[in-house]
Design a protein around this ligand. Sequence first.
Ligand SMILES: CC(C)(COP(=O)(O)OP(=O)(O)OC[C@H]1O[C@@H](n2cnc3c(N)ncnc32)[C@H](O)[C@@H]1OP(=O)(O)O)[C@@H](O)C(=O)NCCC(=O)NCCS
Length: 235
Amino acid sequence: MQVSRQMVPKHLSEFVRFTPWDSRALGLDTFEILTCSEEVFRLIVQNAAPGHYTVRVDPLSSKKALHECGFYYCDTLIEPFCDLESFIDFQHDNVHLSTSTPIEDLISISANAFFNGRFHRDFNIDKSLADLRYTLWLKDIHHSKSVFGLMYYETLAGFWGYSENKIVLHALGSDFRGKGLSKYFWSAACRELFQQGHSELVSSISFSNTPALNLYISLGFKFRNSYDLYHLMIQ
Ligand SMILES: CC(C)(COP(=O)(O)OP(=O)(O)OC[C@H]1O[C@@H](n2cnc3c(N)ncnc32)[C@H](O)[C@@H]1OP(=O)(O)O)[C@@H](O)C(=O)NCCC(=O)NCCS
């Protein structure tokens, strides 16, 4: 798919940035609004180029101006974080990590796994394109050799992508979900990142993803920095 090179109009460049990583999957120009203010929201609706816009806002702030400008709610994200002292490590003899899993095997697990994602919940976005966004992201992480295959005996059960101390993209295959196994896989992967020398691990999950929330709680993570995500489509 062709990546768009849509430029942000000069008078908006202080407030908006182009997001090529989303644009390449969704097949339209995508932008992130960097400044949250009523003036900026109105300026964008009146002057901005067609495309898909995202803004992150404080959950406690008023949403009046956003609604008046046509923005709609898509998700609330929250940041799990944990240091080594708080980490609760669940050991399992038959759970281990692989660093040589073929990308095709990882993609077959990621397909349909991210139904909680904000683009999956956006009624303006086709679900297959929302899936494609994760597939392309997974390919990038695989290319940078920052993904573990989560192995149960010799079977691939899931994957765990990271960037330095950030747990960025992770899922279990549907056959392995809901069995209480995730804490063993996550423990092995978190242990590895702590052993690499990171003093704190962080992630980002949807507030609606209750299995992920409970998983992080069981491992000793706490939560901070919640924000609401609003989207806007300008035709
Ligand atoms: C998130 C994910 C890895 C969790 O794994 P899982 O196998 O579903 O979860 P588990 O069965 O190991 O349960 C994890 C915890 O959540 C609880 N739980 C399980 N299913 C639940 C549900 N539907 N609602 C609420 N809690 C649930 C369990 O009780 C468990 O807590 P405990 O160990 O203290 O008892 C898995 O659901 C997944 O891959 N989801 C799709 C991809 C995804 O959402 N990735 C995260 C994106 S940020």
